[in-house]
Design a protein around this ligand. Structure first.
Ligand code: FAD
Ligand code: SF4
Ligand code: SF4
Ligand code: SF4
Length: 405
């Protein structure tokens, strides 16, 4: 008869026999990330590694790539937070949307509504890139206490038109950081301010946020928040995300400093808007259109990691926003989650935006689908997987055999 073991009884070794053993895998740390992602030209400077380092030794840099300042603790968190190491789309979709996309949703991703949206606030409209939907929806969420702050992108301290993560708590801050900058800012790195109290300007235990970013930044955000070895706590207080449509980004030094300032002689401090529309680069100083020429003028500044990107419409956001698909001065908005749809409807009812339904079979959405499809035809095998390559090990519970004499 089997009995409960007492200290005097001998416990036989388990069936495995040798107790706990480290898994025979090679440690993957920041150096591996540099070798396998940055040096291979596929790092899109999303900032997920920067945000996730638990001992806070990874930082943004002038070169638009993550840098280490300190001694690595070899915890592997940054490596497994990187969406370019691996992006298990189906797993992330199950987490964000509760299901995977259907065949009909292959091109645009999961979405439940498509709209043309325009902000009503004249200050937002004046500064915004398109219809100001992004800033107006965040303003609605702030003023109605749905969030405590929005993580947006604004100028870094010394360099005009160089983006970096910024926290907006007021209408003034949202308006100040409205508009698009066509260079990467490591947006996910901003969530580190939430996790690291001594760098923090927010109460990371309590405060609720909305996150705005490029499609690859959302990939970084969700990779970091869903992989079991990464940093899931950083998404804990997230209320919703806004993703921007994106065809590519440019190198800040080559585009803004060397070309706009150097070749064209425009002081970046006087630039009020940069836009890329219909393959033309448009740069405004005040109301003057200072540059209007084919975007090929800055072709050498295009970042190479974008060549393998397959996400145009920010498929992992609650609300995706872009220009393509709507009339000039309006934003095209895809509501992807019920939460995103509720927030949009709330913004309409409270008078922050006006909104028109877009015909899913109409010209605007068809054009958007064409651009999404062009990107989807690229080969993403360098990073996208549909199942994780490093699955959480199933715990093997082997019952101890207890014998009595
Ligand atoms: C690099 C880039 C490429 C884009 N490519 C396309 C495209 O090909 N087709 C298309 O239809 N739309 C594209 N967009 C989106 C478009 O430019 C507008 O951002 C979008 O239509 C939202 O307009 P809005 O008036 O609603 O936003 P706004 O109310 O002006 O708000 C924009 C928000 O985006 C944030 N932001 C600005 N620059 C960045 C950045 N670099 N990284 C992260 N956040 C940022 C701002 O802080 C602000 O919160 C691109 C945007 C960027 C930044
Ligand atoms: S996490 Fe983002 S910033 Fe870091 S290496 Fe990967 S792609 Fe680059
Ligand atoms: S996250 Fe871990 S492995 Fe990466 S740099 Fe920080 S301590 Fe090193
Ligand atoms: S094209 Fe893709 S990788 Fe490049 S900035 Fe846009 S979302 Fe990121």
């Amino acid at each position: 008869m089997t009995q409960v073991a007492t200290t005097s009884q001998t416990l036989k070794p388990s069936a495995e026999g040798e107790g706990w053993k480290a898994r025979p895998i090679k440690l993957k740390i920041f150096g591996n990330l540099i070798a396998e992602v940055v040096h291979k030209g596929i790092c899109m400077y999303c900032g997920a590694c920067i945000a996730s380092c638990p001992i806070d030794i990874l930082f943004h840099s002038e070169n638009e790539e993550p840098v280490m300042r300190g001694t690595c603790a070899a915890c592997q968190v940054c490596y497994y937070s990187c969406p370019r190491i691996e992006l298990p789309v189906s797993e992330i979709e199950r987490r964000v949307f509760g299901r995977e996309r259907t065949t009909e949703e292959t091109i645009l991703g999961i979405h439940i509504g498509s709209y043309s949206v325009r902000a009503k606030d004249p200050d937002i409209l004046k500064r915004a890139q398109d219809g100001g939907a992004s800033s107006a929806v965040m303003l609605y969420a702030l003023e109605n206490k749905i969030i405590d702050y929005a993580l947006v992108s604004g100028y870094t301290s010394r360099e005009p038109w160089k983006p970096g993560p910024k926290i907006a708590r007021t209408k003034q801050e949202l308006v100040e950081h409205a508009g698009s900058m066509y260079t990467p800012g490591g947006q996910v790195g901003g969530t580190a301010e939430i996790a690291v109290p001594n760098r923090s300007v927010v109460d990371f235990q309590e405060e609720r946020l909305a996150f705005v970013g490029l499609p690859c930044e959302l990939q970084g955000f969700w990779r970091m928040n869903t992989h079991w070895i990464a940093a899931p706590k950083l998404g804990r207080n997230l209320v919703f995300t806004i993703g921007l449509f994106c065809s590519k980004v440019f190198d800040y030094q080559k585009m803004m400093v060397d070309y706009v300032q150097g070749t064209r002689g425009i002081d970046l401090r006087t630039v009020t808007k940069v836009n890329i529309k219909k393959n033309r680069l448009l740069v405004y100083t005040g109301d003057r259109l200072a540059i209007d020429e084919p975007v090929e003028a800055v072709a050498n500044a295009a970042r190479e990691e974008c060549n393998i990107c397959v996400d145009y419409s920010a498929e992992l956001a609650d609300i995706s926003v872009g220009a393509i698909g709507s009339a000039s001065g309006w934003s095209t908005v895809l509501a992807r989650t019920p939460r995103g749809e509720d927030i949009l409807n709330g913004a309409v009812e409270a008078g922050y935006v006006e909104m028109k339904k877009l015909d899913p079979l109409g010209k605007g959405i068809k054009f958007l689908e064409t651009l999404c499809e062009r990107k989807r035809l690229r080969d993403p095998s360098a990073y996208i997987r549909h199942a994780t390559a490093f699955p959480r090990p199933e715990p093997k519970l082997v019952p101890l055999e207890v014998t009595t004499k």
